[in-house]
Design a protein around this ligand. Structure first.
Ligand code: NDP
Ligand SMILES: O=CCS(=O)(=O)O
Length: 248
């Protein structure tokens, strides 16, 4: 088991990539703090992981709620800190900028950027004091490219990539490593967060077919585990993982 004795906090663990990562890290021996807003989903996952012999704490929190995230930070400090943060929670209510869906822009900025920063802030100083830690931020292939209708989402993911790379440079001296994971199209509930009916339908219609399918959440979890499993002198700064069929 590659992560025996380690404790990891996974945000957005109630579905998709976060849930698959929780399962894989637990299989590899890690104890977990799992967070998201949907408590029932987290409780079911916690039962499953505890049955594997892992210590699991459920933290129901909206990552865009600064005070709520400070409460999770206090909980983590009470437990003596975490070794690993998987900064995964995110949302994608995309639409053309001309539609002016300002509430959705704010939701993406608050969740995908501020939420990522609040989570880093909750664990980073403790890791730096202990001179050991690993922060994995989940951005996207959209951190490198832009797509029509996804301008704000792509902007948030460009921000996560920039924050990750800056943090990587700053954190070296504290013994903390940082990896930015950039998934392409993964088969998860993410398209359900698109409130614009036509765009949601178009995104779902564009999912790849059976012969050349989308990535599965487990494919990204495997990439995360690859990064976490490297020896201390190896820095996996970025990992871009696409389905073969995805050109951009
Ligand atoms: N699927 C894809 O093709 C790709 C996904 N990504 C990124 O991967 C990450 C995970 O997404 P994915 O697994 O695909 O999608 P899902 O929709 O399946 O999972 C998103 C997770 O984030 C949580 N979440 C969303 N908003 C909040 C919030 N405000 N506070 C707390 N938790 C929140 C959700 O939990 P709950 O609703 O219970 O709070 C859920 O657990 C995201 O950052 C996404 O941008 C990147 C590239 C491609
Ligand atoms: O973050 C999303 C990336 S993709 O699904 O548009 O490729």
């Amino acid at each position: 088991m590659k992560l025996k004795g380690k404790k990891a906090w996974i945000t957005g663990a109630s579905s998709g990539i976060g849930q698959a990562t929780a399962r894989l890290l637990a299989t590899e021996g890690a104890d977990l703090i799992i967070s998201a807003r949907r408590e029932e989903r987290l409780k079911e996952l916690a039962d499953e992981l505890r049955a594997m012999g892992r210590d699991v704490t459920v933290a129901v929190v909206d990552v865009s709620d600064r005070k709520g995230m400070e409460r999770v930070a206090a909980l983590i400090a009470d437990q003596g800190g975490v070794d690993i943060l998987i900064n995964n929670a995110g949302t994608m209510p995309i639409s053309p900028i001309i539609n002016g869906r300002v509430d959705e822009w704010e939701q993406m900025i608050d969740t995908n950027i501020k939420g990522v920063l609040y989570a880093i802030n909750a664990v980073y100083s403790g890791m730096a004091e202990r001179k050991e830690g690993y922060i994995v931020n989940i951005s996207s292939v959209a951190a490198r490219l832009t797509y029509q209708s996804a301008g704000v989402y792509s902007g948030t993911k460009h921000a996560v990539r920039a924050i990750s790379d800056t943090l990587r440079k700053e954190a070296i001296r504290f013994g903390v490593r940082v990896t930015d994971i950039q998934p392409g199209s993964v088969d998860t509930e993410l398209p359900d967060s698109i409130a614009h009916d036509k765009i949601r339908a178009a995104v779902k219609d564009n999912m790849y077919g059976e012969n050349m399918p989308n990535l599965q959440p487990e494919d990204i979890a495997n990439g995360i585990l690859y990064a976490l499993s490297q020896p201390a002198y190896v820095d996996v700064s970025e990992l871009l993982i696409r389905p073969v069929i995805q050109e951009n």
